[in-house]
Design a protein around this ligand. Structure first.
Ligand code: PEP
Ligand code: MG
Length: 581
């Protein structure tokens, strides 16, 4: 058994067979073979080796012909390995004595070699590790043949283990069969993490190199609560996790009883709890958790994974579906926040860009791609005739930017007038407060919008100069940092002074560690991943505003993130100790 520590980004526990992506990209269907099938399986292995050798020889000959013999000899190392008697006898032994399937035996043995090569302090040897992974891939392809099960066409449950996954790769995971995932890279504030939460897939990121320690088909646990990945768990660990899973389900059922109760503090202050969504189908999760509306609809996924930008009808259909489900509850549609880690094929963004989070992203990008921006705004406005729609601009850094975005909106209203289309002319217009400049200029912004929403995921990264998706600086990325809390406090105070509605829709508001602090700072609206709503509601109902103000005052006086976190957790423990178990 091997226990690895990463960053917990999407809660829940998943237990199942590994599908190692990237290196082999398809799953190993079974790990063990029946005793009487051993001879047949050995013959299958023979055939796969034979086919692999022939393929590599063909490649060598073709390359030699084209480029000369010295290039063709690159393949000699592969051939040498495929003909290595020691490797064959090791595999035969695994199949005969341990009854491993040939696929599993190949993957296990070759990954052990890879690990040895990678551990040598020698870049030439480390390069050879790639050759071995190549051989693994070829042998598996030949073994599995047509029976190969690709990630896009799974037929049974797996846990996906990968070097890295983009937000759109996570969005495309088959929810029916992918029970959880873990990645070597990634940080806690990444959009990959956010999509996993939205889809309610347990996930751990930033584990560091571990893919050579695991083979497809191995039993794995992804613990999205503690941020751990457990490879080949022993029986005791497995039993404990199975028991935890059971308890988790019981707790969920208890929380479900809160669904129709108001989020009201013990001294009667009303708190609005909204849901964040990335896909229309997530409204189901929000409604079942008793969300009072959608506080953030991230619309970027309409653009990702498709060749052409979505047309007005595609937008309109998506928004209509959400509105139909939400009835007269408010739905905040955020205009596209593309760029950075969400790059659609249709927008020719500079792939060499070294600082995409500081480059052409979000509303800046929209203002330079007006036809695409206008299409989305037309659809949002048309949808406003169907329900309680609010429109919100992301990543606003300057007043000029906000004014330009509003001008485009006014312009699009004229288009719709000309077309004779119905829309809400008084649609509430809001902006995200997620760049420090927006907080510093908040008094001016307040005069130009109808509502504000604090995006702490970005506010943290832009305040502290810490990339939200980089595991190497993940320990510095913290909502507890006094500078971040000060900025949040300034934004909430200014909004409250002007009786301007203000929500917090970053991940901070889904974390119970911060609920008392935020209430104490005067926040009364939070928008969170649906799964977090019941627990936040339970906490709101267990505290008084006076108690929260004291917590906020004390937290504001502390000097570093670590002290803030431990103080907030200590206070939380006094109220709901089970939340910290
Ligand atoms: C945020 O930055 O906090 C936010 C909610 O927006 P996103 O995570 O989509 O950048
Ligand atoms: Mg943001």
């Amino acid at each position: 058994m091997q226990r690895l520590q990463g960053i917990a980004v999407s809660p829940g526990v998943a237990i199942g067979e590994a599908l190692v992506m990237g290196n082999e990209g398809f799953r190993i269907p079974r790990r063990f073979v029946a005793r009487d099938a051993v001879d047949d399986e050995l013959r299958r292995l023979d055939a796969a080796f034979e086919a692999s050798i022939q393929q590599v020889e063909r490649n060598r000959d073709a390359v030699s012909l084209e480029l000369g013999r010295e290039y063709g000899s690159i393949f000699e190392a592969h051939l040498q390995m495929l003909r290595d008697a020691r490797l064959r006898s090791e595999l035969d032994q695994h199949i005969r004595e341990r009854h491993y399937s040939p696929e599993y035996a190949v993957s296990r043995a070759l990954r052990r070699y890879v690990k040895v090569f990678q551990s040598l302090d020698n870049s030439y040897m480390a390069e050879r590790a790639t050759d071995i992974l190549d051989i693994e891939k070829r042998l598996l392809r030949n073994l599995l043949g047509r029976r190969r099960e690709e990630i896009s066409s799974l037929t049974s449950p797996v846990l996906v283990l990968a070097h890295n996954l983009t937000p759109s790769e996570v969005a495309n995971l088959d929810r029916q069969f992918v029970r959880g995932f873990a990645t070597e890279r990634g940080g806690s504030g990444s959009h990959t993490a956010i999509v996993a939460q939205g889809l309610e897939i347990p996930a751990v990121v930033g584990v560091g190199p571990f893919l050579t320690d695991v083979s497809g088909g191995d039993l794995v646990i992804v613990d999205g609560d503690r941020g751990q990945v457990i490879l080949q768990p022993d029986e005791e660990t497995l039993a404990r996790y199975q028991h935890d899973e059971e308890q988790h389900r019981t707790h969920e059922l208890q929380l479900a009883a809160l669904r129709d109760l108001p989020a009201i503090t013990a001294d009667g202050a009303q708190v609005e709890l909204y849901g964040n969504i990335e896909f229309p189908h997530e409204v189901r999760h929000c409604l079942s958790r008793g969300a009072g509306g959608i506080g953030l609809y991230r619309t970027e996924f309409l653009y990702l994974g498709v060749e052409a930008p979505p047309d007005e009808e595609v937008h309109f259909q998506a928004y209509s579906n959400v509105l139909r489900a939400m009835g007269d509850r408010p739905v905040v549609i955020r205009t596209f926040d593309l760029g950075a880690d969400k790059v659609p094929a249709q927008l020719a963004l500079d792939e060499e860009e070294k600082n995409p989070f500081l480059g052409l992203r979000s509303t800046r990008l929209a203002l330079r791609n007006l036809p695409i921006f206008r299409t989305q705004l037309r659809a949002i406005l048309r949808a406003s005739a169907l329900g309680n729609v609010r429109v919100m601009f992301p990543l606003i850094a300057t007043l000029l930017e906000l004014r330009q975005a509003k001008m485009v909106l006014a312009d699009v209203m004229e288009d719709l007038d000309e077309r004779g289309e119905a829309f809400n002319r008084d649609i509430p217009v809001g902006m995200m407060v997620e760049v420090p400049s927006a907080v510093l200029m908040i008094e001016h912004f307040l005069e130009e919008v109808d509502f504000l929403s604090i995006g702490t995921n970005d506010l943290i990264q832009y305040t502290l100069a810490v990339d939200r998706s980089n595991k190497d600086v993940a320990d510095l990325y913290s909502a507890s940092d006094p500078a971040v809390i000060k900025l949040i406090s300034m934004a909430i105070a200014a909004a409250n002074r002007h009786e301007m509605p203000i929500t917090l829709c970053g991940q901070m508001s889904a974390n119970t560690t911060y609920t008392m602090l935020l209430l104490g700072l005067g926040l009364r609206q939070m928008s969170v991943a649906a799964a977090a709503i019941p627990e936040i509601k339970r906490l709101c109902r267990s505290v008084t505003i006076d108690q929260c103000r004291e917590v906020a005052d004390r937290a504001l006086s502390l000097e570093n993130a670590r002290d803030v976190t431990s103080y907030l957790r200590q206070e939380l423990k006094k109220v709901l100790p089970d939340l910290l178990d």
